[in-house]
Design a protein around this ligand. Structure first.
Ligand SMILES: Nc1ncnc2c1ncn2[C@@H]1O[C@H](COP(=O)(O)OP(=O)(O)O)[C@@H](O)[C@H]1O
Ligand SMILES: O=P(O)(O)OC[C@H](O)CO
Length: 500
């Protein structure tokens, strides 16, 4: 029988499902990707068809195995990473979801969350979960499904239904309905999980009227979750790793020590600062979350989320038509008039951390008769850098005792291909920006967790030694110029916030 040395990473994201097959040195061997439909049944609502999530995941796994001509018998482990917070409720007997998946971006429960906030429950949520009382997280989405699908509450009370984030739903399907579990990072995004005690919180379940019988068992990120049904891939494969996608990227970037920071620049941007065994409570509107849990030990992070990063480049391309490809944005920005101080505040869907202003809308400032596509491009890329600075400053203010924390930023995601943007990021942050050789850090993190549990890969410290720098961007901008640019940004944000 062939040796089991391969690791199959599943990355089930918001717009596509991907599978990457890694060898036991974590070199990618093959990959496959499939997009699926986004459903917007009402303003502010975003849904995914559960069968699309499952079928696309199954298809890309099979394609990745077939491309590499690798059989199930050669795969030591599957690692799953996923879009977080997205909520599914299914029938335990049939495995059929009782409603479409409600996606993390969905705002249908805004009023319910605002009412709970007005009743003063925000502090309880923050103290137990590290999160804000916001529709972003799973809790209010579960309650919505129970309240709106006919008969759901009664079925839930009879113990017939199961809730899960996407990892949990895939695990259920992969194991033929034998395992109902999730990992601590995904649990930490539900708004129902006590991140300090590491268990579901009875008070929050009561607050949202959610029966405990719905909930999955919560496990470490690297552990034996179960085995895939033999007929799916031509043989059973153990599932040994699970983490939410931003946490998996933190692992893939080997941010294992307190003070280490990663930022992922895709459509949006998510920055996570490792705070070690200390769950730092934010006073600056960041989230406290579980970065990973290994051997029963929880490691925490401060997280900042920006809704629009690469999406600002998409706007240049699709909304304004001033570029044909995202990769042209950097060159255009490089040729912008240095004498023009044009700012874009890309609050297209409100502003995320640290402002959390759902009602703000995008604005541009400093336009003159000479302003053209170059200045628009620079303002769009600049906005990503300035927003990152806002997150970092909030992180430093939240955790002042961690001297040197966040002085180096490890970056990944599609946008980091832009050298101009990465240099500008280093200049605006006055910090080094490190771009690794492997940019598929999310899948890499999931593969590492699975490979760790399979005994193929070393402990985190040694894995961290394998992280390879492709290029370091060091700050070059004079401090006076930096301060003046940042002051202009702050003024633009102040004028954009809906309360002003
Ligand atoms: N060279 C580039 N310069 C600037 N932005 C880029 C470049 N290449 C890709 N992008 C942006 O990166 C995003 C895609 O990154 P990706 O990590 O694939 O995102 P996601 O996982 O959210 O779909 C797009 O929004 C795109 O506009
Ligand atoms: O699927 P992505 O890459 O857009 O990530 C989504 C995040 O996990 C949402 O919290």
């Amino acid at each position: 029988m062939a040796a089991r040395r391969m690791i199959l990473a599943i990355d089930q994201g918001t717009t596509s499902s991907r599978a990457i097959l890694f060898d036991d040195h974590l070199h990618p061997v093959s990959n496959a990707q499939q997009e699926f439909a986004q459903h917007f049944p009402a303003s502010g609502w975003v849904e995914h068809e559960p069968e699309d999530l499952w079928e696309s995941t199954l298809a890309v796994c099979r394609q990745a195995l077939a491309k590499a001509q690798v059989s199930a018998a050669e795969v030591a482990a599957i690692g799953i990473t996923n879009q977080r917070e997205t909520t599914l409720v299914w029938d335990r007997r049939t495995g059929e979801a009782i409603h479409r998946a409600i996606v993390w971006q969905d705002r249908r429960t805004s009023e319910r969350c605002a009412a709970l906030e007005a009743q003063g429950h925000g502090d309880l949520v923050a103290a137990r979960t590290g999160l804000r009382l916001d529709p972003y997280f799973s809790g209010s989405k579960i309650a919505w499904i129970l309240d709106n699908v006919p008969g759901a509450r009664e079925r839930a009370d009879r113990g017939e239904l199961a809730f899960g984030t996407v990892d949990s739903f895939l695990l259920w399907r992969l194991t033929g309905g034998r395992v109902h579990a999730t990992d601590a990072t995904n649990a930490s995004r539900t708004m129902l999980f006590d991140i300090h005690k590491g268990c579901w919180d009875a008070d929050l379940l009561t607050l949202l009227d959610i029966p405990a019988s719905l909930l999955p068992e919560v496990r470490d990120c690297a552990t034996l979750f179960g085995e895939s049904e033999p007929e799916l891939f031509g043989g059973a494969i153990p599932i040994r790793g699970i983490a939410g996608d931003q946490q998996a990227a933190t692992v893939g970037q080997a941010c294992f020590s307190p003070g280490m920071l990663k930022s992922t620049y895709g459509t949006g941007c998510f920055a996570l600062l490792n705070t070690g065994s200390k769950a730092v409570a934010s006073k600056n509107r960041l989230l406290t979350t579980i970065a990973y849990q290994l051997g029963g030990e929880r490691c925490y992070a401060l997280e900042g989320s920006i809704f629009i990063a690469g999406a600002a480049v998409q706007w240049l391309r699709d909304g304004l038509g001033i570029i044909e490809r995202a990769s042209q944005s950097g060159q255009l920005a490089a040729n912008a008039d240095p004498g023009q101080h044009v700012y874009l505040v890309p609050a297209f869907t409100g502003l995320g951390a640290p402002h959390w202003d759902a009602n703000a809308r995008g604005a541009m400032f400093g336009l003159t008769r000479n302003t053209g596509p170059r200045e628009f491009a620079r303002a769009a890329l600049d906005s990503v850098c300035f927003q990152t600075l806002d997150l970092l400053e909030a992180m430093r203010a939240d955790w002042p005792e961690a001297e040197g924390a966040g002085t180096v930023l490890r970056v990944d995601g599609g946008m980091v291909a832009s050298d101009w943007t990465m240099q500008r990021l280093a200049d605006i942050l006055a910090a080094s920006v490190d771009r690794p050789e492997v940019l598929e850090t999310t899948a890499l993190g999931a593969a590492y967790l699975a490979g760790l549990d399979a005994g193929l890969l070393p402990e985190p410290a040694q894995f961290g030694d394998r992280w390879r720098l492709e290029r370091r961007f060091s700050p070059e901008l004079a401090e006076t110029a930096r301060r003046s640019a940042v002051a202009g940004w702050r003024d633009a944000v102040r004028r954009t916030l809906s309360a002003s």
